[in-house]
Design a protein around this ligand. Sequence first.
Ligand SMILES: Cc1cc2nc3c(=O)[nH]c(=O)nc-3n(C[C@H](O)[C@H](O)[C@H](O)COP(=O)(O)O)c2cc1C
Length: 143
Amino acid sequence: MHFDIMVGSVLGASEYVAEALLAAIKEAGHDGNCHFDPSISTLNKDNVLLICTSTHGAGDLPDNIESYAKSLENQDLQGVNAIIVGLGDSSYDTYCGAAMKMETLIVNQGATLLTEPLHIDVLNHPIPEDIAVDWFTAQLEKL
Ligand SMILES: Cc1cc2nc3c(=O)[nH]c(=O)nc-3n(C[C@H](O)[C@H](O)[C@H](O)COP(=O)(O)O)c2cc1C
C-alpha cells in the first residue's frame, strides 16, 4: 500500500506524528509520502489518504491545510480509502474539531474510512507520535 499523508499543522506536532507514521509504514513494508503543504494535485485514488491534522483557533483547521480542504469540496472521493489522525487538547470545547471537519468532508465526498479516527489528546499524550505509531501499527495489521 502507498499512503499519502496530508499534514495540517501550526506548531509542528502533527508533522512529527506524520513522520513517525511514515516510518511505521515503511517498517511494515509499505510506502508513502508526507505532504506538509497539502495540495489536491497529489490526489491519487489508488493510494490511502491519511489525514494528520491538529486543531487551532476555535475548532479550526490549520492554515496550511485550509485550501486543500476547500478543494476537496469539489472532488469525487468514491473509491478513496482514508484514515484520520487528529491532534487536539481536550481542555478546548472544540476538541479535535479540525479532524472531525476533515472526516465529515471526505466521507461526504465519498471516501471510505478504513478505521475509526484516532483523536490524540496532547494533554494526556505529551509525545503524541508514540500513541499514534502504536495505534497505527495495530491498524495496519488489520488492513
Ligand atoms: C491557539 C491555539 C488554539 C487551539 N485550539 C484548539 C481547539 O480548538 N481544539 C483542540 O482540540 N485543540 C486546540 N489546540 C491544541 C492543538 O491542537 C495542539 O496543541 C496540537 O498538538 C498542535 O499541533 P500542531 O503543532 O501540529 O499545530 C489549540 C492550540 C493553540 C496553541
